[in-house]
Write a protein that binds this ligand. Structure first.
Ligand code: MEV
Length: 307
């Protein structure tokens, strides 16, 4: 049984989303995870994940290992106590720790492939909540936005604890993603923001409120077919993320290079301190902005159309 899941980027509202403010995220299908579950002659549940250099039998992994945890949770959910003899193959083109949701994508594809192999129907809602449980193991206090956008594979307006709202752009728009090549320590940056918020909650609440307004306006501009107005909002959101200490010199260099190269706006995307930035561009400018990002130090770029 095969399954796949896309990558994701956050357009607006990362970090503030952890504090019950809205955020917008979209799938990125230029990169994806593929999972295949097959019967095996060898006893045990064998996991082959060359991208993370993992080749192991389930019982040799700690139960809170991100992949083991997903498999064990699925078995438990379907009441499987005698584990089948299987090979689980995981392939991915999503760079790890780059803010593109590689962990959540592995989990989503794995849950669906295992459920399919076990002949069990599973709704998006259930995939999403199973994956959220395991996301908590490696991210501390995740908002749930990553697993949600990847599970539903559609643009999502996300507000923690509220019913999921997907949205449709009134007009497609183009984003260039630039990877700093520096691993994004999401758990650490989310923890640091929490410490700063506890120390100076008035200031941080004000920043989160500003970001909430940006996300709300951005959704409106996207749905009403005026994506060109997003550029300025991206620049403002980046400034607030800098104030929250989650940008980095590498991210700032790419963000400013994109703006100088005629991007309509640019910001970091995801947990920050590394990982990716995004730039809004006219479609015709996408290749040249991507080239500028590469010469400014990006390790890779992805051009994606949001539609
Ligand atoms: C990570 O992709 C987005 C953050 O807002 C964390 C979260 O929402 O769990 C930084």
């Amino acid at each position: 049984m095969k399954s796949f899941a896309p990558g994701k980027i956050i357009l607006f509202g990362e970090h503030a989303v952890v504090y019950n403010r809205p955020a917008l995220a979209v799938p990125v299908d230029q990169v994806q995870v593929d999972v295949e579950v097959l019967d095996s002659d060898q006893p045990g549940v064998w996991i082959h994940a060359p991208v993370i250099d993992l080749q192991a039998e389930l019982s040799t992994l700690p139960p809170n290992h991100p992949i083991a945890a997903v498999i064990l949770t699925v078995f438990q959910r379907f009441g499987i106590s005698t584990f089948p003899n299987i090979n689980v193959k995981i392939d991915s083109t999503i760079p790890v720790a780059a803010g593109l949701g590689s962990g959540a994508a592995v989990s989503v594809a794995l849950v669906r492939a295992l459920a399919g192999f076990l002949d069990q129907a599973i709704s998006n809602h259930d995939v999403n909540s199973l994956v959220f449980e395991t996301e908590k193991l490696h991210h501390g206090t995740p908002s749930g936005i990553d697993n949600t956008v990847i599970t539903y594979n559609m643009p999502v307006y996300y507000l923690k604890g509220k019913p999921i709202e997907t949205f449709k752009p009134g007009k497609p728009f183009t984003i260039v993603i630039g990877d700093t090549g520096v691993p994004a320590p999401t758990k650490e940056s989310v923890g640091d923001v929490r410490r700063l918020w506890l120390r100076d909650s008035n200031r941080f609440e004000t920043i989160f409120n500003e970001i909430a307004q940006i996300s709300t306006m951005a959704r409106h501009f996207i749905e009403s077919g005026r994506p060109e107005l997003l550029g300025e909002l991206m620049n403002q959101n980046h400034e607030f993320l800098r104030q929250m200490t989650v940008s980095s010199p590498e991210l700032d260099v790419l963000v400013y290079a994109a703006r100088k190269a005629d991007a309509l706006g640019a910001k970091l995307s995801g947990g920050g301190r590394g990982g990716n930035m995004i730039a809004l561009v006219e479609q015709a400018e996408a290749e040249s902005v991507a080239a500028v990002l590469m010469s400014a130090g990006a390790k890779r770029t992805i051009i994606t159309e949001i539609k």
